[in-house]
Ligand binder design. Structure first.
Ligand code: 5GP
Ligand code: MG
Length: 171
């Protein structure tokens, strides 16, 4: 399948540099724990953290949604094997894309339940016209239209994550 570029490598890197500066200023030397949602946010995580100067830890969580067999309700299963104790920490939750908003909203509540001192959110991409859960990310890279995108961490059947740009998958 063909991938039509939507956001190029330079645009992504420049935007991450801006966001890293804002994050640095906002946290002002307060130790920060970035909790990245597997697997889609890994590439953004790697590029972002190398631009943030100041005390920083990283943690990983996995969140998978399952559609119920008999209802349309979705359940989010959270696996936090690689997330250390976040109690008392200032957490920045990082995901690849905000679509319906369910993943981010559920994880924010989960981190607060675990006793995080504060929880902010960042997404690389924010899809318009799809959100069902009201949540405003504190930082976002780019607003995109309602298209299926891959690259820079985002996959289709676990492929395309390694592309250095974000593109639209054309059937
Ligand atoms: P939400 O819980 O906001 O509906 O879903 C967010 C998750 O859906 C993302 O973490 C991502 O895994 C997946 N997703 C949503 N839109 C896209 C897309 O356009 N491309 C890819 N590859 N994944 C998407
Ligand atoms: Mg995801």
């Amino acid at each position: 399948m063909a991938v039509t570029p939507l956001i190029n490598e330079t645009q992504i890197q420049e935007r991450l540099a801006e966001l890293a500066q804002r994050i640095e200023a906002d946290y002002a030397e307060r130790p920060l724990t970035i909790v990245a949602v597997l697997t889609g946010s890994l590439v953004a995580l790697a590029d972002l953290i190398r631009r943030i100067h100041g005390p920083l830890r990283i943690a990983l969580v996995q969140a998978s949604s399952y559609r119920g067999a008999t209802t349309s309700a979705t359940t989010l299963v959270i696996n936090e094997t690689f997330a250390p104790d976040v109690a008392g920490r200032d957490v920045l939750l990082l995901d690849d894309i905000l679509d319906t908003g369910r993943t981010l909203a559920t994880l924010v509540e989960h981190l607060k339940d675990r006793g995080a001192a504060s929880v902010r959110t960042m997404v690389l991409l924010r899809k318009i016209g799809r959100q069902v859960v009201p949540i405003e990310p504190d930082y976002h890279g780019f607003v995109i239209p309602d298209v299926f995108v891959v690259g820079y961490g985002l996959d289709y059947n676990d492929e395309y994550r390694h592309l250095p740009f974000v593109g639209v998958l054309e059937p």
